[in-house]
Design a protein around this ligand. Structure first.
Ligand SMILES: [Fe+2]
Length: 307
């Protein structure tokens, strides 16, 4: 069961809803925040605070480096550290830095996983198969190179989806908060994956009371607890598709990146030009939400426990 401010009917919920509807109007047209790759300029501290504030209010923020980087991975990692993002998800293809290099690796063992292909990825939140104690709170992408065509991201704040679902039919949300709503079978392969089956709600709340969402539009290798819950998930997917006003489209060019709460997102298919560098994105996935290291008074969340 979700807490009062997320339950769809209390005064607390109505205040929470009003706040987010107001914020969403402001989210339509914000420009990338300029920041230096080395974070050694006087304006960078303000940029960090602005990034965190936008992520908190709108679900994501984008930035653009104002100078060339001499070591892109190190500069991205420095930015993440400055945002208090230090507890990363340790996927099998994640570097010790916590970053994964996403590019089209079709034909390799990594290329069996859709993020490592040029194919479109449907609506999902990251790590929807993670154990509750390791629920992801944040993902980041930084563009080393963009594709010759395609590759646009679309993002939807899950808080806005929850509001729209309550407006449509409260029963849908009730079904999707069932703690056993969906089960993802275990996965074991030659790359070292050895994940047991995981059962989770679609909507839940984190320990700090904020909304968490585990969502995927995958059709195979997923078991829904009941046909009603499966239907509710289909309704949610349809509502996302039918709500283009909630879709924030971002096409990252080289030197640009996004910092996002673990909100809903999808990726358009892309095509690389063989005469140019291929599309390459550095991805980070974290158990915290961004928080400016030197401005604890603006702290917007706490570390999620993960053991
Ligand atoms: Fe993703």
């Amino acid at each position: 069961m979700l807490p009062r401010h997320l339950n769809g009917k209390s005064i607390d919920y109505l205040q929470w809803k009003d706040n987010h509807l107001r914020l969403d109007i402001g989210a339509q047209n914000f420009a990338p925040i300029e920041i230096s790759p080395t974070l050694n300029q006087s304006a960078d501290d303000k940029a960090i605070i602005k990034l965190c504030s936008q992520v908190h209010d709108f679900g994501y923020a984008s930035y653009r480096w104002n100078a060339p980087s001499e070591n892109i991975a190190a500069d991205v990692q420095r930015l993440h550290t400055k945002l208090s993002l230090d507890n990363h998800d340790s996927g099998i293809v994640t570097e010790s830095s916590g970053l994964s290099l996403l590019q089209d690796m079709t034909g390799t063992s990594q290329g069996k996983f859709i993020p490592y292909t040029a194919r479109a990825m449907g609506w999902h939140t990251d790590g929807y198969y993670n154990a509750p104690a390791c629920a992801l709170r944040c993902f980041t992408l930084h563009a080393i190179n963009q594709a010759a065509s395609g590759g646009t991201l679309s993002l939807v704040d899950d808080r806005m989806l929850l509001i729209r679902l309550y407006d449509q039919n409260r029963d849908i949300v009730t079904l999707l908060t069932d703690a056993q709503a969906m089960t993802i079978p275990g996965n074991k392969d030659e790359l070292g994956h050895n994940r047991p089956a995981r059962t989770t709600a679609v909507f839940f709340n984190h320990a700090d009371g904020t909304l968490g969402t585990h969502f995927t539009t995958r059709k195979s290798n997923i078991h829904w607890k009941t046909p009603d819950i499966q239907y509710a998930a289909l309704c949610a997917a349809k509502l996302i598709e039918d709500s283009p006003d909630l879709h924030h489209k971002v096409r990252l060019e080289a030197g640009q990146g996004i910092i996002a709460r673990n909100i809903l997102h999808r990726r358009e298919a892309f095509t690389d030009d063989k005469s140019q560098e291929p599309r390459q994105m550095l991805r980070g996935r974290y158990l915290q939400v961004p928080n400016p290291v030197q401005h604890k008074s603006l702290k917007v969340n706490t570390h999620a426990p993960c053991q």
